[in-house]
Design a protein around this ligand. Structure first.
Ligand SMILES: *[C@@H]1O[C@H](CO)[C@@H](O)[C@H](O)[C@H]1NC(C)=O
Length: 215
């Protein structure tokens, strides 16, 4: 009984480790230092003595992204790649610009929960819960509203207005990653076999071909 209890506590302990997001820093900071030959889970630390204020700094989130593309949106990210001081901190930021009626298409962040606030415009947002419910949870947001997208779930945004809209998002990873569903499924390199997608989406192979040709 005692050993079972011990095993159980061990399981609980390892679970809480497995559920953590990015690893916690074990020092004040670990500013990312580039190393082209070796890979670690995260980035190497720059010598703390050589660290400068600029390592913790990014300028440019006041600039509007170019939204003249097929979806009418543009995401400017500030992850560890743009701001080396974010290394090991489990946090990052993004600016999302929307053309009138533009969308940020369905996508997921494999490593992060996202919290978003609307700075300008009206934005319809939504996410879909996992199997088997696949429930759509959606909301119309206005300036100043805040909405959270749970880690890993497919979500989207749409500017429901004739003017430009802009939102700022914070994400719970230094490197949240983004998987845009259409691009991943229909624009993979090389292509996923057409008959697999035809069966998965229950459509004719020509429909798959038509969608693949756009990505
Ligand atoms: C987003 O905007 C930047 C800055 O204007 C531009 O360089 C980039 O090509 C745009 N990305 C897309 C997907 O339109």
């Amino acid at each position: 009984m005692a050993s079972r209890l011990c095993l159980f506590s061990l399981l609980i302990a390892s679970c809480s480790l497995a559920m953590a997001s990015d690893p916690s820093p074990l020092q004040d900071f670990c500013v990312a230092a580039p190393n082209p030959r070796v890979f670690v889970n995260g980035e190497f630390c720059k010598d703390p003595k050589l660290v400068q204020a600029d390592d913790f700094f990014f300028r440019g989130l006041h600039l509007m992204g170019d939204t003249s593309n097929a979806v009418g949106s543009n995401v400017t990210v500030v992850t560890v790649a743009e701001l080396p001081g974010l290394n090991t901190f489990g946090i990052s930021m993004a600016r999302i610009d929307f053309a009138p009626w533009g969308i940020n298409p369905p996508h997921t962040h494999p490593r992060a929960t996202e919290i978003l606030t609307v700075l300008e415009g009206n934005i319809e947002v939504g996410f879909v819960t996992s199997n088997p419910e696949n429930r759509l949870i959606t909301k119309g947001l206005q300036k100043g509203d805040v909405f959270v997208f749970p880690q890993g779930l497919i979500h989207f945004q749409r500017n429901v207005g004739n003017g430009y809209a802009v939102a700022i998002a914070a994400l719970s990873s230094q490197n949240p990653g983004a998987i845009t569903i259409a691009n991943a499924v229909f624009g993979s390199n090389p292509d996923i076999a057409r008959d697999i997608l035809a069966k998965a989406f229950q459509v004719d192979k020509n429909v798959v071909y038509q969608i693949q040709s756009k990505f």
